[in-house]
Write a protein of this length. Structure first.
Length: 266
């Protein structure tokens, strides 16, 4: 198991990466009064089991929020909604495009938001920031409970305007560190796929992620690096690149493509 558990004197937010990568994404965030899931790219069965590992009943979740329409983030939002009785929050474009790609089925409680809007769910404010990732209307999320700010920032496209400022406002972040340029160049992806990944609508590299974190290390308590490619990256490469740029100035951890993380506390 990949562990990134860290205790603080006052726990105001708990975070678990149920899975992170192109094979499926789902993140659990809990505050004192609110439990949220972000993205539904894994099976409901797997989500239920991985939440139960941490003593969390999936049916106790207050809402599911979807970042964008790609299958590894939105594919099972209908199943999550029906099995766990969850309201689903997504932009209208995200919902419509995800539904055309895959039969989502009935969602009894569907809430649309506009990218850039700030949402209020329970005791949590959730800021949404639109990204240039090649989705219909993709966003990243900042979860703010009035004590700490946690960012969920994957599928970024490129280090776009306002991203650095957003990261600098956080106490912790799950940030994509998707590819290593050398590994991408020589991996088995078709050339058009390689161009997409390193292009304006794709993902950010290990070095780009590390530089973002370096700019924000005065406030950040820790960073979790996720959405790591299995074909054009490796956790060891991620760690070496981030250690080279960050040194020991910021604790960072890896979110697995295959396993649930330990509980991480802010």
């Amino acid at each position: 198991m990949i562990s990134f558990s860290k205790k603080t004197t006052q726990e105001t937010m708990r975070i678990v990466s149920l899975q992170s990568g192109s094979n499926g994404n789902c993140i659990f965030v809990e505050t004192q009064k609110t439990r949220l899931l972000f993205d539904a790219g894994i099976s409901a069965k797997r989500a239920k089991e991985r939440l139960e590992f941490h003593g969390v009943d999936a049916c106790s979740i207050d809402a599911l929020l979807i970042s964008h329409d790609h299958y590894d983030h939105a594919g099972n939002m209908g199943v999550f909604s029906r099995k766990f009785k969850l309201p689903v929050w997504a932009t209208e474009q995200t919902y419509q495009v995800a539904g055309r790609k895959k039969h989502i089925g009935e969602i009894e409680h569907l809430c649309h938001f506009t990218s850039g809007e700030t949402l209020q769910i329970g005791d949590v404010r959730i800021e949404t920031i639109r990204t240039p990732h090649d989705a219909a209307d993709g966003v990243v999320f900042i979860v703010d409970n009035g004590h700490v700010r946690f960012g969920i920032m994957t599928d970024l496209g490129h280090p776009f305007h306002d991203l650095k400022e957003a990261v600098q406002s956080l106490d912790a972040v799950l940030l994509e560190s998707n590819y290593d340029p050398h590994e991408l160049k020589y991996c088995d992806y078709p050339e058009e796929t390689k161009a997409r990944i390193k292009g304006k609508g794709g993902h950010i590299s290990n070095e780009e992620a590390a530089k973002l974190l370096d700019s924000a290390k005065s406030r950040l308590r820790w960073a979790c690096l996720g959405h790591i490619s299995a074909e054009s990256n490796h956790p060891d490469l991620v760690c070496r690149t981030h250690e080279k740029i960050l040194g020991e100035s910021l604790p960072f951890y890896i979110a697995s493509r295959y396993e649930v993380s330990d509980m991480f506390v802010l």
